[in-house]
Ligand binder design. Structure first.
Ligand code: GAR
Length: 217
């Protein structure tokens, strides 16, 4: 069975979605470790409740980003994961860390990349009066939110939406697409060679899209 390490900084609802899929036997991976840079991350409690090993490495305890990242690497590597899953891990990573896990680290970002890289995506989509929004699962590369995209979930922006309602709709689609990508990985269907993503040995020139813009959920 493939083994993953999940990195969280906050609520960990994406971690929960992965745990739920495993418990429902829809996803066959072992979560070897949940690692957080914050001791108060609720994701740690979710790990504990599911009997998953967890660890806190507080970035505030390190003088530089590089030292913090090296401490993470030394902990992560003792678990020999096949995939690193960033699930709301809100730290910029050093190039050393990214290189170390090149081609075996994925992230979920709350936008239809390459649109709306960075923070406050829901607010920015509303300010721009966008008609659609969503989330993207992508491989992590040195340039922020720019690695090859694997799967996107697209949702509508509805009349009357505020930041919170839009965020909730995006979260719901995140909880569908992240376990799906991890399932592809666990089944050996997904690979990353030379910055190119392959699904079932076919090169993905653009991400697969789950489009919910027609449904009013
Ligand atoms: C998710 O919406 C995820 O897309 C976002 O943080 C949230 C974490 O939620 N990630 C980023 O913004 C990364 N740039 P969660 O802790 O409930 O899974």
């Amino acid at each position: 069975m493939q083994s993953i390490v999940v990195l969280v900084s906050g609520s960990g609802s994406n971690l929960q979605a992965i745990i739920d899929h495993i418990e429902a036997k829809k996803l066959d991976v072992n979560i070897a470790l949940v690692l957080s840079n914050r001791a108060d991350a609720y994701g740690l409690q979710r790990a504990k409740k599911a009997d998953i090993a967890s660890k806190v490495i507080e970035h505030t305890q390190f003088d530089t980003r590089e030292l913090f990242d090296r401490a993470m690497i030394s902990v992560i590597d003792t678990h020999r994961p096949d995939l690193i899953v960033m699930a709301g891990f809100m730290r910029i990573l050093s190039n050393e860390f990214i290189e170390h896990y090149a081609g075996r680290m994925i992230n979920i970002h709350p936008s239809l990349l390459p649109e709306y890289k960075g923070l406050h995506t829901h607010r920015r989509v509303l300010a721009d009066k966008g008609s659609q929004h969503g989330a993207t699962v992508h491989y992590v590369t040195a340039e922020l939110d720019s690695g090859a995209a694997i799967l996107q979930g697209r949702v509508p922006v509805l009349p009357g939406d505020d930041e919170s309602s839009l965020q909730q709709r995006v979260h719901r689609i995140e909880h569908v697409i992240y376990p799906e990508v991890i399932e592809w990985f666990s089944q050996g269907r997904l690979s990353n060679r030379g910055h190119q993503v392959y699904l079932d040995n076919k090169r993905l020139d653009r991400p697969i899209v789950i489009d919910q813009t027609e449904s009013q959920n």
